[in-house]
Design a protein around this ligand. Sequence first.
Ligand code: F0G
Length: 486
Amino acid sequence: MSERPIAERSSAARLEGAVQRCLVPSCNSTYGLRERIYTCPRCSGPLEIQSELPARASAVSLRKQWEARAASLDPLDRSGVWRYRELLPFDPIAPVITLFEGNTPLFDAARSAQYCGLSHLRLKHLGCNPTGSFKDTGMTVAVTQAKLLGARTVVCASTGNTAASLAAYAARAALQSAIIVPRGQITTAKLAQSMDYGAAVLEIEGNFDAAMRLVQELTTDPSIYLANSINPFRIEGQKTVAFELLIQCGWRIPDHVVVPGGNLGNSSALAKGLDELLRFGLIEKLPKLHVVQAEGAAPLARLFAEMAGARGRESASSLPDRITPVEHPQTLATAIKIGAPVSWQKSLRGVFESGGQVLAVTEPEIADAKAIIGRDGIGCEPASATTLAGIRRLVASKIIHREESVVAVLTGHLLKDPEYVGNYHRDTLSLPASGERPNAAAQKIHGAFRNPPERVPASKEAIVESLHRKRQSNTQEMNIGSTKED
Ligand code: F0G
């Protein structure tokens, strides 16, 4: 069921002019879709897939077709990525590897809205993908491309989620997968997934950035295919989240879309998807795209702050050519513990083009925001909660206004990191001293919304008394959590 040819009439013609293009303006080299490259062979710049969009005249009918496919039983239609195949760079014979990714919910989140001072807030939960993170929407495309290119082994560096996703899709495609991860820095749940899906789990001494450098060296071997988001085919899959989101919004464009930033592939992909909708004529303006990083791993937020004054579309066409990496990134949101993000230029371009911001939030802010998302009955992993913490700041600084429509993109499932959750609620969460400050004391984080388990005598009275007490303290807490504007 997971592998079948795409049969679409118009795609072959559309793909004739499709290329992988270097984004460095002075280079601008182009390469064929079947070239197994990840950065520009001439100047090492980032690559992007460029293919002609279908004619604007077909936009409305195509939109209706995408919407209708959600109810179809065809495996390609059921995938929340391949449903949008007219905008993907594949010809009709591609052997698609799918786990029916995408199709993730958009929730109203009243408690979270109140917490950050908004009337309404919606959470797009990409953690509801088959392996529990947004990576699946890109991996279905990257592994399909690996299969097309005849790769034997697919490889990635990872903080855990890319690894779990790659391992699953490689298993579906009967390809070997190798995941290179920083030893001791991946959550048990994520590592468990990769082991179960049969990946070669290779732990290195060093952080994610070291693993990322290593996998790029490995790709000189032609049997190995790299599935990190530096690979422009990953971005093609992930951009479809923008299409699904707009359908779920009834094509009413949100004022703001807020995403976490680590290696910066996800924000790049959303920006590309939104830009394609704009050029295709399905939306008439871009939502402001904001990227939120953890303070201890925030190279893009730092660069953005340094560029204060450079804003808007003009800045998007003259991006700086380097970013200063954070040498010892440090955050308990391990998914985004990244100091040298590979897709920073694409991400920054997307932020500038949309008029958004890049900001950093602290560990206590992330921890409390995460607990609030949990109280909405939704939950997420720590990296995802940077969004709510970021929105709270953007509302406080009046960049986002109370009545505006805001979507926070949650990237990973709550169960990806149960250790963090337990430590938060039991008041044992702490950030160890970092490589930059090895002698400093660990930073203890005392959450404002802790909800530890309580031991009670095995009696009806004790249980009733405990529930009564908890009801009262919950009411008080609701008031503490609200912003002053409420
Ligand atoms: N949220 C989660 C849950 C993630 O796993 C990641 C990245 C991000 C946000 C950041 O997204 O890198 O596209 O900016 N995780 C990668 C991994 C690095 O290896 O799983 P990004």
